[in-house]
Design a protein around this ligand. Structure first.
Ligand code: NAP
Length: 259
């Protein structure tokens, strides 16, 4: 299937590794030119170079913290006019409800709710003016089913989801779609750090932690960044113009729900 987006330009935030990189690669595979972002220059430049070499698309790499105002300004200035926005940032740390105070919540809200909102506010007008645009926010399966140790994430991502539900319907008439992708567990560095916390807490090996978690997933395994990226690219395609304000769960069936 031709996704019909060759030659378009995408800003993919937090994309030197993991799910962001998966989205960037899938878009590059469809001929989309990229603006990539991450905080650490070295791995970001390596990813940019690998994607240029593999897919032959233009790649601009901007090292910046996307959750800071200065970082966002730097990324947006380098990105200029984009057709596709994929928002992403690192997730908040795990813990207990009794651990977190106001500052922890402000940090989580800044990173996982207010940053994607600021990026949308900055880029939606130019997409609406052109009459075409795609926004995909990487959130979490915790929006559908809470992950108790990720209370900061549960809270911030629920806020973003509410914002998207209304805003997506305000901009759809201008040819711009906004949707959220909800990852369950995927084999990335984030999964390694979540599993490492289980190893530490329960005194088991990494293999045991992975096997224990895999046993809770009907698919019996972790997802891959490539699978995740493929869905992102589809949501950014010409074929997805009627998909508006949806929350698409990619979790191997882990959330046990009918709808
Ligand atoms: P990852 O493998 O750890 O990759 C994170 C990427 O984001 C890296 O490129 C990292 O590079 C970049 N990054 C992190 N914080 C950033 C910031 N403030 N500004 C710019 N770039 C930043 O993580 P992932 O698994 O892809 O997860 C992506 C998102 O999905 C996270 O919010 C995570 O909580 C969520 N999620 C993941 C899973 C999963 O199983 N993997 C499940 C549910 C939700 P630098 O460190 O160099 O900045």
């Amino acid at each position: 299937m031709d996704f019909g987006i060759s030659g378009k330009k995408a800003l993919v935030c937090a994309s030197s590794k993991g799910l962001g990189r998966g989205c960037a690669e899938a878009l590059a595979g469809e001929g989309v030119n990229l603006v990539l972002n991450a905080r650490t220059e070295g791995p970001l430049q390596t990813t940019a170079e690998e994607i240029r070499a593999r897919y032959g698309v233009e790649v601009t790499a901007v090292a910046a913290d996307i959750t800071s105002e200065e970082g966002r300004a730097k990324v947006l200035a380098a990105a200029g006019d984009v057709d596709i926005l994929v928002t992403n940032a690192g997730g908040p740390p795990p813990g207990m409800w009794s651990d977190w105070d106001r500052e922890d919540f402000i940090k989580a809200l800044d990173a996982n709710m207010l940053t994607p909102i600021a990026l949308m506010k900055a880029l939606l007008p130019q997409m609406m003016e052109k009459g075409w645009g795609r926004v995909v926010n990487i959130t979490s399966s915790s929006v559908k089913a809470p992950i108790p140790v990720l209370g900061l994430s549960n809270s911030a991502r629920a806020g973003l989801t509410g914002y998207v539900a209304g805003t997506a319907r305000q901009v759809a008439g201008a040819g711009v779609t906004i949707n959220n992708l909800l990852p369950g567990i995927h084999a990335t560095d984030r999964a390694v750090s979540l599993d490492a916390a289980v190893v530490e807490q329960d005194g088991i090996t990494m293999e045991e932690a992975i096997a224990r978690r895999s046993a809770t997933i009907p698919a019996g395994r972790y997802g891959t960044a490539a699978e995740f990226g493929a869905m992102c690219a589809f949501l950014c395609s010409q074929h997805a113009g009627f998909i508006v304000g949806q929350n698409v769960l990619l979790d191997g069936g882990a959330v046990n729900a009918t709808l």
